[in-house]
Design a binder for this molecule. Structure first.
Ligand code: WT7
Length: 670
C-alpha cells in the first residue's frame, strides 16, 4: 500500500454474541435479530428517500418537505422546503404532549461539599423557560437568524441552554471547548465573524478554576487589533472568581435573562438553516468550521440515539455521555440527539478523578445511569487507576456501554465489558466524525455480535466502503480508504467560508465519494476495523489535532527555527505528541539542564497557544530534520524514531542527508 495503506497487524478473533435479554431493567431492544438489521439496512440503501421520510415523520415539522433529498455532488439538501425547529423537538414538543414535569437534564457539579456535590434537575418545562428567556436576551442584544454566536463555557446546564436558545431563534452557535486557549478563540471568532460570545467567569476542573472570562477578554483585545469588534459578552457566574466587566459590552447572564420575557416561540426554520459551526483540525492551515444544518442533522442524531443506545421514553432510563459539549459528541449525544428521545441526559461538570478516581462510578450509581458513553482514552485511564474503583459501586442499572473517538484496543474493550458492564452490557463502538454529525458505523445493541476493536457494520442509510484511490472496493483484509458513497442526513454541508477546501478535503481524492480521512479494512464478516488517519492529523485522546497547528505554535516561539510534529504511541492518550525541533543559534542551550528547561518552556508555549490538549509529550532538539530532496519533511522516519523502533526498515532512498538519521538516533541513545 502507498501512503493510504496501513498494514493490518491486529488479528482479533473473539466474538461476543449479543445478550438475548437486555441487562438491568432494560426495555426490549429496538431490533430483534440480525435479519431485522440487514433487512432495514437494505431498505434504507435501496430506498433512502422512503426510509428517511418515514423516520422524519416521528418528529415535529411546521410545514412539510417537498423532497426528501436533493443531491448535487457534493451538495446535499435534506427535507427540502420543510420547516422545523430542533429546540422545539428537543424540548417544547414534550411540554406540549404533557411531559413538561419530567426531567430533561440532570446536572452534577464538580466540587463536593459536606452535603455532597451540587445537583440540578431541569424539567422540560423549566428548560423551555430558561431557553426562551435566554433567547429573548440574545435578541435584545441584536442577535438575529443566521448570526453566529460563540459559546465558550464550562459544562454547566447553561451551556446546553445557550445552544438550544440559538437553535430556537435560528442563530448558529460555534461552541469552543473550554480547554482551548484565547488564541483558539481569536481564530474561530474571526473565521465565523462572530460578534457575541457567551462565557462563564470560570470553570471547575480538578478542583481548580479555569479563567474562561479572562481568556475571552484577552481574545477580544487581540480581535480588536485585527479590526474585529465583539459587541457583546454574556458571562454566567459559576466559580465567583474575580472578573473584569467592560461596560456596554459585558452582560451578566442572570441580569440579562431576568429582564427577558419567558415567552419566545420557536422560529419555524428551513430544514437547511445553519444550526452550528464546529471547528476541527485539518492537516494544513487553520481549523475548519464544519457546517451543520437543521432538519437532516436532527433526524439522524435522533434515530442513531434511539437505536444505538436503545433509548425508550417512560422506561426510567438515564443517559450519560461523558464528553464535553465543546466536541461534536457533546452536541449530538448530550443535547440534540438525546433530548428529542425524551430520555434524561446527564451532564457532569468536571474531571473523572476528582475528588477521587471513582467519581464516574459514583455518579453512575447515584443517578442510576442506564447508558454510558465515553472514550477509549478514558477507559485506559480507568484501567490504570484500578479495578477496585468500579467494584465499589453498584453499576447494575447499566444497559448499554458506548465508546467513541479512536480505535479501542482490545484489552481496554475487554476491561470495559468485564469491570463496567459485568459481561452483560453490549458495547457499541461508534465510528463517526465531526463531519458526519452522527454515528455511521456501529453495532446495534442486542443484535450485532461484537468483536473487541471493531466498530462492526454501517448504520441505516450509510453506504460505507473501503476503496483504493480509483474508488475500487478492496477485498477483505485489504487496507484502504474509508469512504461513504452516498449522502446521509447529518452530513456536513461545507466548511464555513471555504468551498474550495471542502471540495479538496472530502470530495477530490476518490471521485464521487466522501473521503473520511481514515484508513480501514473489513474482515471476512464484512466488519469494519479503523486503522488510523491517513493525513497529517493525529488523534490525541480521541480528538483531532493537525500536526501543522502544533508546528506553527512551536515556530511562533522566537527560539525555534523549525519544527516537525508526529504522533507516537502513548499508554493513556493512545497517541502522544512528539516534536522534533531545531533551535536558533541564539537559543542553543549550554547544557543538558538548560535544554530540559527550554523543552518545558516550549511545551508550555504550545499549551498557551492552542490549549493543554496540544502540549507535546516529548520534545527532541536536533541540528536538522530529515528531508527529501524537494524539502519535504519525512514524517514517517520521525514517527519510527519517536516510537523507539530499533531499526529503520523504511525506504530512505529519497532522504537528502543520511547523516541526519544517524544523529537523531544517537540522541535517542543519549
Ligand atoms: C476521527 C473523528 C466522533 C466524535 C469524536 C471524534 C476517529 C472516532 C472512532 C471509532 C476508530 C474513531 C477517526 C475519525 N474515530 N470514532 N469508534 N473507532 N476511530 O470526532 O474529532 O471529528 O474525529 O476520530 O479517526 O476520523 P473527530
Amino acid at each position: 500500500m502507498g501512503e493510504s495503506g496501513i498494514e493490518s497487524v491486529l488479528s482479533e478473533n473473539r466474538t461476543f454474541s449479543p445478550p438475548a435479554v437486555p441487562g438491568g431493567k432494560s426495555p426490549r431492544w429496538h431490533l430483534s435479530s440480525m435479519e431485522d438489521y440487514r433487512r432495514e439496512w437494505k431498505r434504507s440503501i435501496d430506498d433512502p428517500e422512503g426510509f428517511w421520510d418515514e423516520i422524519a415523520h416521528e418528529l415535529h415539522w411546521f410545514s412539510p418537505w417537498s423532497r426528501v433529498l436533493e443531491w448535487n455532488l457534493p451538495d446535499a439538501k435534506w427535507f427540502v422546503g420543510g420547516t422545523t425547529n430542533l429546540c422545539y423537538n428537543a424540548v417544547d414538543r414534550h411540554v406540549v404532549s404533557g411531559h413538561g414535569e419530567e426531567t430533561a437534564i440532570i446536572w452534577e457539579g464538580e466540587p463536593v461539599g459536606p452535603a455532597g456535590p451540587e445537583i440540578r434537575r431541569l424539567t422540560y418545562a423549566q428548560l423551555q423557560q430558561e431557553i426562551a428567556r435566554f433567547a429573548n436576551g440574545l435578541k435584545s442584544l441584536g442577535v438575529a437568524k443566521g448570526d453566529v454566536v460563540t459559546i465558550y463555557m464550562g459544562m454547566v446546564p447553561e451551556l446546553a441552554i445557550a445552544m438550544l436558545a440559538c437553535a430556537r431563534i435560528g442563530a448558529a452557535h460555534s461552541v469552543i471547548f473550554g480547554g482551548f486557549s484565547s488564541q483558539a478563540i481569536v481564530d474561530r471568532v474571526l473565521d465565523a465573524r462572530s460578534r457575541v460570545i457567551v462565557t462563564c467567569d470560570g470553570a471547575w476542573r480538578r478542583g481548580k478554576v479555569v479563567p474562561l472570562k479572562a481568556n475571552v477578554d484577552e481574545a477580544c483585545d487581540v480581535l480588536a487589533s485585527h479590526g474585529h469588534t465583539v459587541t457583546s459578552v454574556i458571562t454566567l457566574i459559576r466559580t465567583a472568581n474575580t472578573v473584569a466587566m467592560t461596560p456596554g459590552r459585558d452582560h451578566d447572564w442572570h441580569a440579562l435573562t431576568g429582564a427577558a420575557s419567558p415567552d419566545c416561540p420557536c422560529e419555524p426554520l428551513d430544514s437547511e438553516q445553519m444550526l452550528f459551526l464546529l471547528y476541527t483540525s485539518g492537516s494544513t492551515g487553520k481549523p475548519k468550521g464544519i457546517l451543520h444544518t437543521t432538519g437532516g442533522y436532527m433526524v439522524h442524531t435522533y434515530l442513531t440515539s434511539k437505536y444505538v443506545f436503545n433509548l425508550h421514553p417512560d422506561a426510567g432510563q438515564v443517559f450519560w455521555c461523558t464528553a464535553d459539549c465543546g466536541w461534536v459528541t457533546g452536541h449530538s449525544y448530550i443535547v440534540y440527539g438525546i433530548l428529542p428521545n425524551r430520555v434524561p441526559t446527564l451532564m457532569y461538570e468536571g474531571a473523572p478523578n476528582y475528588p477521587a478516581e471513582d467519581r464516574f462510578w459514583d455518579i453512575c450509581a447515584r443517578h442510576k445511569v442506564t447508558q454510558f458513553y465515553t472514550a477509549p482514552t478514558a477507559i485506559r485511564a480507568f484501567m490504570k487507576w484500578g479495578d477496585h474503583h468500579p467494584a465499589q459501586h453498584d453499576l447494575s442499572t447499566l444497559q448499554v456501554l458506548g465508546t467513541v473517538g479512536e480505535p479501542i484496543n482490545p484489552e481496554a474493550w475487554m476491561w470495559y465489558r468485564r469491570h463496567i458492564g459485568h459481561d452483560r452490557c453490549p458495547i457499541v463502538d461508534t465510528w463517526w466524525q465531526t463531519e458526519t454529525g452522527g454515528h455511521m458505523i456501529t453495532p446495534l445493541p442486542g443484535v450485532t455480535p461484537t468483536k473487541p476493536g471493531s466498530c462492526t457494520l454501517p448504520f441505516f442509510g450509510v453506504d460505507a466502503a473501503i476503496v483504493d484511490d480509483q474508488g475500487v472496493e478492496q477485498p477483505h483484509k485489504h487496507g484502504g480508504l474509508l469512504v461513504i458513497r452516498r449522502p446521509w442526513p447529518s452530513m456536513l454541508r461545507g466548511i464555513y467560508g471555504d468551498r474550495q477546501r471542502y471540495i479538496e478535503t472530502y470530495w477530490s481524492r476518490v471521485p464521487g465519494m466522501y473521503l473520511a480521512g481514515d484508513g480501514a479494512h473489513r474482515d471476512s464478516d464484512g466488519y469494519f476495523w479503523i486503522m488510523g488517519r491517513i493525513d497529517d492529523v493525529i488523534n490525541v485522546s480521541g480528538h483531532r489535532l493537525g500536526t501543522m497547528e502544533v508546528e506553527s505554535a512551536l515556530v511562533s516561539h522566537p527560539g525555534v527555527a523549525e519544527a516537525a510534529v508526529v504522533g507516537m504511541p502513548h499508554e493513556i492518550k493512545g497517541t502522544g505528541i512528539a516534536a522534533f525541533v531545531t533551535l536558533r543559534p541564539t537559543h542553543t542551550p549550554p547544557d543538558a539542564a538548560a535544554a530540559e528547561k527550554f523543552k518545558n518552556t516550549l511545551a508550555a508555549h504550545v499549551a498557551h497557544e492552542i490549549g493543554a490538549i496540544a502540549r507535546p509529550d516529548m520534545i527532541r532538539f536536533t541540528d536538522a530534520l530529515p528531508k527529501t530532496r524537494s524539502g519535504k519533511i519525512m514524517r514517517r522516519l520521525l514517527r519510527a524514531i519517536a516510537a523507539g523502533e530499533e531499526k529503520i526498515t523504511q525506504d530512505t532512498t529519497t532522504l537528502e542527508d543520511f547523516s541526519i538519521l544517524a544523529k537523531l538516533r544517537e540522541q535517542d541513545e543519549a
